[in-house]
Design a protein around this ligand. Structure first.
Ligand code: NAD
Length: 499
């Protein structure tokens, strides 16, 4: 059985804790590898080594650091297929989707190539008589990132790009469910020229996470994952005096107005709801048609489209629309939530619980599931399902639909489908959610904007990637400088007293 260890000081090393977690092939249900779970001592040693490597890296001129990012982009493109295959094998998502996962991370690295420009700081000439004032964005030292299973390439790159681009050393603790790609990314970073020790990848579970939160050298922690863990990490990290940003779960509503193009809305809902088996924090999991007639038309359009969805293993290439869930536990949880929806009175239009695939009977598949007439009180509406389940809540009016999105405890993404500019504008202005789509179902901002939700989907002041990433991984220092005049006046050998 393959054993997956850590990446420390520029090489792969085996774990020493003696603890391991199983890594599955979700399509077959087989354990394909074991990943080492780091102890506190292993984590602390990796941080100490990172702290030693950091000052020299921070002193490297910003253009040279940016060139490492430039070369990293080239290598990511070179190895795209290899990375996508490794990603799909552990995560289960389709190969085109895995390429998208790598690509959206790569775009953040491209943005990091501009770090020298973004980090120039501010300067005020003659803030007072003979006084200049300037601000510098200095690295924090050692920062850490803790990332989820669902984007094992993109989300690590959101962090391992911006933090080192500004001269920080970085500790990545990826998800133990799909650990191979983060290690491959670290290897490529080294090949691109990143000095050993500047990026350490430590696999692990709660023990490694707690060691990060309690380590005195780590100055900042960025987390992405489920909300209960986000809240825990935010509280413990802040209590230990660290800069912390945590991004949690989601329940993204799509409002469908009566004037929307219903074919476009149905296509959007199918892609955004079932793509990646619903395992996306920006998946649309709640459809809110406004008015009974709109709801009837929408369901009528959705059903034939959902019936056509092809579910299967990533090895089928682009012949499948989505793959299995990540673990058996995830599959069981999604099925149990579907059952709770039935018990609590929602109308089950399509049931994916009994889905099976010949030759993949032990895979973690759930077929596409559609609920209609769900209500606010039901668990299928309150909880993030994180599976291929679309829940329809019928609203009587636009205000009721807006209220549903606003009252939900999550606030990651949302969308409205309409032909009316005034309604769309009102929605974008009033809704208390971080990322809004207007006739766009998954409004994931591009790398040069920032990504982040509110309410229980985001904790901390700054978003991820875009300019915010450079704010998060730097500390501003402001210098006020006065140089007494004198030297320019000729042969004076004494400084004049300050006037
Ligand atoms: P998770 O919370 O189970 O795990 C995330 C990370 O936390 C992993 O590295 C894991 O090892 C660690 N972890 C797990 N349990 C822990 C514990 N008890 N103590 C300390 N650390 C722990 O999340 P997941 O299942 O890997 O990812 C799916 C979740 O991530 C979903 O809720 C999804 O919405 C969310 N997500 C959010 C965003 C966003 O930007 N808001 C993006 C992607 C995913």
């Amino acid at each position: 059985m393959q054993e997956i260890g850590h990446w420390i000081n520029g090489r792969r090393v085996a774990g020493t804790s003696g603890r391991f977690a199983d890594v599955y092939n979700p399509a077959t249900g087989e354990v394909q590898a074991k990943v080492a779970l780091a102890s506190k001592a292993e984590l602390d040693a990796a941080v100490e080594a990172a702290a030693k490597a950091q000052p020299k890296w921070a002193a490297t001129n910003p253009q040279r650091r940016a060139r490492v990012m430039m070369e990293f982009v080239r290598l990511l493109n070179r190895d795209m297929d290899k990375l996508a295959e490794a990603l799909s094998r552990e995560h289960g998502k389709t190969l085109p989707d895995a390429r998208g996962d790598v690509q959206r991370g790569l775009e953040v690295i491209e943005f990091c190539i501009g770090a020298p420009h973004l980090l120039k700081g501010e300067f005020t000439d003659s803030a007072g008589p003979g006084i200049d004032m300037y601000s510098m964005r200095q690295p924090l030292g050692v920062a850490a990132g803790i990332t989820p299973f669902n984007f094992p390439a993109m989300i690590p790159m959101w962090k391992m790009g911006p933090a080192p681009a500004r001269g920080n050393a970085f500790i990545l603790k990826p998800s133990e469910r799909d650990p191979s790609v983060p290690l491959m990314l670290a290897e490529l970073m080294q090949e691109a020229g990143l000095p050993d020790g500047v990026l350490q990848v430590i696999n692990g579970d709660k023990e490694a996470v707690d060691a990060i939160l309690d380590n005195r050298t780590i100055a900042a922690v960025g987390f992405v994952g489920s909300t209960p863990i986000a809240e825990y990490i935010y509280a413990r990290g802040c209590a230990n005096g660290k800069r912390v940003q945590c991004f949690g779960g989601a329940k993204n509503h799509m409002i469908v107005m009566p004037d929307a193009d219903m074919d476009q809305a149905a296509d959007a809902l199918v892609g955004a709801g079932y793509g990646a088996a619903g395992e996306r924090c920006m998946a649309i999991s709640v459809a809110v048609p406004v008015g009974e007639a709109t709801a009837d038309r929408l369901i009528e359009k959705l059903v034939p489209r959902i019936e056509k969805l092809k579910v299967g293993p990533y090895t089928a290439g682009s012949d499948v629309d989505y793959g299995p869930l990540v673990t058996r536990a995830a599959m069981e949880r999604v099925k149990a939530l579907i059952t709770s929806g039935v018990e609590q009175g929602a109308e089950l239009v399509m049931d994916g619980r009994d889905f099976t695939l010949q030759g993949y009977e032990n895979g973690f598949f759930v077929g596409p599931t559609l609920f209609d007439r769900a209500t606010r009180e039901m668990e299928i509406y309150k909880q993030e399902i994180f599976g291929p389940v679309q829940t329809t809540v019928r609203a009587k009016s636009y205000e009721e639909a807006l209220g549903l999105a606003m009252d939900h405890e999550y606030g990651n993404g949302t969308a409205i489908f309409t032909r009316d500019g005034d309604t769309a504008r009102d929605f974008a202005n009033r809704v208390n959610i971080g990322m809004v789509g207007i006739n766009v179902p998954i409004p994931v901002p591009l790398a040069y904007h920032t990504f982040g939700g509110g309410k229980k989907s985001g904790f901390g002041d700054l978003n991820q990637h875009g300019p915010d990433a450079f704010r998060f991984y730097t500390r501003t220092k402001t210098v006020t400088a006065r140089w007494p005049s004198g030297l320019k006046e000729g042969g004076e050998f004494h400084f004049k007293p300050m006037e």
